[in-house]
Ligand binder design. Structure first.
Ligand SMILES: [Zn+2]
Length: 107
């Protein structure tokens, strides 16, 4: 019992000490939030995809996994502008539907 407990305490302390949380701006609400609470959308060679791990190649934008932010981003054509790409409403909806899966996961 003591061993695992000590382990968690150790890692917890290290987390507290180490660097600031990386912040990213959501293209929907334009608020800066911890990167881990946002979903990255990547655009590489004209192909736009949801990139939950944040490691895909290409340009990326960040969006809250929140329908309100998605709607804002859609209205502003934020993705199209950031990626300088033509993204159809259908494609956007498909991306948003994928992002919503993460919303439900209670990240
Ligand atoms: Zn947002």
């Amino acid at each position: 019992m003591t061993m695992p407990l000590m382990k968690t305490m150790k890692t917890g302390a290290r987390k507290l000490k180490s660097k600031k949380i990386p912040m990213r701006r959501c293209v929907g609400c334009m608020e800066s939030k911890p990167k881990s609470s946002l979903i990255r959308i990547a655009c590489y060679e004209g192909e736009v995809s949801v990139d939950p791990a944040g490691k895909a190649k290409g340009r990326g934008v960040y969006l809250c996994p929140d329908r309100a932010c998605m709607e804002k981003a859609k209205k502003k054509r934020a993705l199209q502008r950031n990626f300088d790409a033509d993204i159809s409403d259908e494609k956007l909806e498909a991306l948003f539907a994928e992002i919503e899966k993460y919303e439900k996961k209670d990240r």
